[in-house]
Ligand binder design. Structure first.
Ligand SMILES: Cc1ncc(COP(=O)(O)O)c(C=O)c1O
Length: 428
């Protein structure tokens, strides 16, 4: 970590002045300059281009051109957007498509992998995985006769996974390893290449959930030799609330695996309306039904911004932002009873930082709904005591990081959090 940081507004402003990605902030809709949005790891901001694009889409493509737009623009969009995401995650053209939600894509790919891995009876994941991933795997197990067992690697603590335990759990019985590359709570980041190779040595297939990594961390999926991946587009890729997800299947596996959800969009020729399903060649066979066109097209401007900025540049700034955040936490918040809930080592961390405090929920509410402050900060809360701060290099500034830390200090020193209820809202 850089020891040249300073805890001052002037220093933070200087960092912004020298930041080559700073001009990208203007490309997003930012209405209230006093709102510091640190939840782009949950829902990314709205790109300005998305607004104009959606207006054109609704008025011209839907309004004027109606059904003709399928052939003009819509029908091949799942693959075209997939090719753009492929560039961001280091895959080849034809290895990624946009479809469904992350949960549904995980179901399709995990089930396809388990059918392929005949004779192997175990699935391995970890205790940090996002619950939907585990629920999907539990559902596959309870709904099949295969009698697979799910084994979860243990954590060392609340921050990192015990890699030795993970190694022990991956054996010749393992059909599939399913892990989130970046853990949603602590931000723990796996070494994808090392873990994939470990699983391959035992003959297991590997499926990465890239939801908290895509658009924030360079993934180089081809270099890792990963078999399968899924991920969402509404976080660091700024695709919009509930925007469709993506899935990746390595080229050489595409003719070996088959989708368990045999919808007509995954058929070789949907408009032949044949009564018998024939899987399409390549990645297209993993499509299911008609995509939500408006949400799907809204993904593109965000992808274009990420490609224009360059994932390596985004990652460099992500590290700088989180190192500055952790530096300020150490200087200002650690003495006030906060604990770091994320790895200290940048190589082991994604693009959000979690802070722990026994009053995390009320502090988080005070940040979001200030009663006596002009500064509003929007992070999010994860049980039992984590405040997550998403640092999104395309629009988060160093000044915002500085102001956030000072605002938290204020909430603690004047006991402002005591004015708030501990009763959880529906979405935290
Ligand atoms: C790692 C991970 N996987 C999956 C999901 C959610 O998937 P879905 O888009 O199906 O709701 C999330 C949501 O935050 C996530 O963090």
């Amino acid at each position: 970590m850089s020891s040249n940081f300073e805890s001052s507004l002037v220093f933070a402003q200087k960092m912004d002045f020298n930041d080559s990605l700073n001009p990208f902030r203007k490309r997003f809709h930012i209405q209230d300059k006093n709102t510091i949005y640190l939840d782009g790891n949950s829902l990314g901001r709205l790109p300005e281009d998305t607004k104009t694009m959606l207006e054109e889409l609704v008025t011209n493509q839907w309004g004027n051109d109606l059904i003709k737009s399928w052939n003009k623009n819509w029908y091949t969009k799942s693959e075209k957007l997939g090719d753009k995401i492929a560039q961001i995650i280091g895959a080849d053209n034809g290895e990624v498509v946009v479809s469904d939600s992350t949960s549904v894509n995980l179901y399709k790919l995990a089930k396809a992998a388990l059918s392929y891995q005949k004779g192997r009876t175990e699935i391995v994941s970890d205790v940090f995985n996002f619950p939907t991933d585990l629920y999907i795997l539990q559902g596959i197990i309870s709904g099949s006769n295969a009698k697979h067992k799910l084994k979860l690697a243990e954590a060392n603590d609340e921050i990192s996974i015990n890699i030795n335990d993970l190694k022990r759990k991956i054996t010749k019985k393992t059909a599939l390893l399913v892990l989130s590359l970046v853990a949603f709570k602590s931000s723990f980041l796996y070494n994808a290449e090392e873990i994939t190779s470990l699983a391959h040595q035992q003959g297991a297939l590997v499926l990465w959930d890239l939801s908290h990594a895509a658009g924030a961390v360079p993934i180089n999926i081809n270099t890792t030799k990963a078999d399968l991946a899924v991920g969402c587009t509404y976080k660091y890729l700024n695709g919009g609330p509930g925007s469709p997800a993506f899935l990746y299947v390595r080229k050489d596996l595409q003719n070996k695996l088959f989708s368990p959800v045999q919808g007509w969009f995954g058929d070789k020729n949907p408009f032949e309306f044949d009564l018998k399903y024939k899987p399409a060649n390549g990645i297209k066979k993993f499509l299911t039904g008609t995509p939500p066109v408006i949400s799907q097209l809204a993904i593109e401007p965000g992808l274009n911004l990420t490609l224009e900025a360059g994932i390596e540049n985004i990652y460099k700034k992500s590290i700088k932002l989180s190192e500055y955040f952790i530096y300020l936490y150490t200087e200002v918040l650690k003495p006030l009873g906060f604990k770091l809930g994320s790895p200290l080592d940048s190589a082991l961390r994604g693009s959000h930082v979690s802070l722990k405090h026994p009053e995390a929920y009320r502090i988080c509410t005070a940040l979001i709904e200030p009663k006596n402050s002009e500064v509003k900060v929007i992070p999010d809360f994860r049980e039992p005591d984590n405040i997550r701060f998403g640092l999104t290099p395309l629009y988060t500034t160093f000044t915002e990081v500085y102001k956030t830390i000072i605002r938290i200090e204020e909430i603690i020193s004047n006991k402002e959090f005591e004015m708030y209820s501990n009763k959880r809202k529906g979405v935290t």
